[in-house]
Design a protein around this ligand. Structure first.
Ligand code: CO8
Length: 258
């Protein structure tokens, strides 16, 4: 399918999805989110792809949901269409690892989209924020829930109530992003991380992702049991035998996702 609001490239085992609405700082509208969720579904189903990167431009990852598209909508429009919900569900249910490579603004829905990814690599110029309060609304794509879990109540409340932006240094210090690099190196850093992930067994990567995500959904005891059962189940795979044999034989493993 030809996309208009995103660009999809597959390099080796990595699908790179670039948000591409430069005139609107990659604001997220219905079309972009539908295209993004379709592209993510295709990448998830593509056997060649082992890791996915979502990125934007040097100035903006995404400056939020498209205010022009939303401004005239009524409660009934929003409620009956369950605005953005199907796309958000698809995006956050991708099974393969997804990295957000963020340079510039990641605001509102843009910050929320980055948080739907498995981890965020940020450029030094990145700015995260939930400025919806300035528009007379609140976050609607998970910002009150995910940001609070990732950076804690104090900073989440501060950002949601004042609308202030968090720079990359503060975001790394607060646990929102995993790495900060010079803006020009954001995509390269994400690509290197994606290539490293692509070398692993995809079975183990998916299990790791599911287990970490489960920690946000359940008690520690249940989470520990879930982790243990996944760990046990990986002993049914050829990749576990290969990984451990390779270590003992002092060679690199050749994982086959079996
Ligand atoms: N929506 C639509 N257009 C936008 C958006 C946006 N979110 N952000 C920027 N643009 C457009 C501007 O209108 C402008 O277009 P034009 O040239 O046609 O006037 C162009 O992008 C460039 O923007 P600026 O001229 O404003 O650029 P600056 O460098 O001066 O400022 C900022 C950059 C600070 C990022 C500024 O553009 C800004 O504050 N943008 C809005 C940020 C914001 O409020 N985001 C939150 C939006 S609401 C939201 O995300 C809710 C998500 C929940 C949805 C839930 C559904 C269930």
């Amino acid at each position: 399918m030809a996309y208009e609001s995103i660009i999809v490239e597959i390099e080796d085992h990595v699908a790179i999805i670039t948000l591409n609405r430069p005139d609107a700082l990659n604001a997220l509208n219905s079309q972009l989110l539908q295209e993004l969720s379709k592209a993510l579904g295709e990448a998830d189903a593509n056997d060649k792809v082992r890791c996915i990167i979502i990125t934007g431009s040097a100035k903006a990852f995404a400056a939020g949901a498209d205010i022009k598209e939303m401004s005239d909508k009524s409660f009934v429009d929003m409620y009956m269409s369950d605005y953005f919900e199907p796309a958000m569900r698809t995006i956050s249910n991708v099974r393969k690892p997804v990295i957000a490579a963020v340079a510039g603004y990641a605001l509102g829905g843009g910050c929320e989209l980055a948080m739907m990814c498995d981890f965020i690599i940020a450029g030094e110029n990145a700015k995260f924020g939930q400025p919806e309060i300035n528009l007379g609304v609140i976050a609607g794509m998970g910002g009150t829930q995910r940001l609070t879990r990732y950076v804690g109540k104090a900073k989440a409340m501060d950002m949601h109530l004042t609308g202030r932006f968090m720079d990359a240094e503060e975001a790394e210090r607060s646990g929102l992003v995993s790495r900060v690099v010079p803006p020009k190196k954001v995509l390269e850093e994400a690509r290197q991380a994606a290539e490293k992930i692509s070398e692993k067994s995809l079975l183990a990567s998916i299990a790791a992702k599911q287990a970490v995500n489960r920690s946000y959904e359940t008690t520690q005891e249940e989470g520990l049991l879930f982790e243990r059962r996944l760990f046990h189940s990986l002993f049914a795979t050829e990749d576990q035998k290969e990984g451990m044999s390779a270590f003992l034989e002092k060679r690199s493993p050749q994982f086959r996702d079996r």
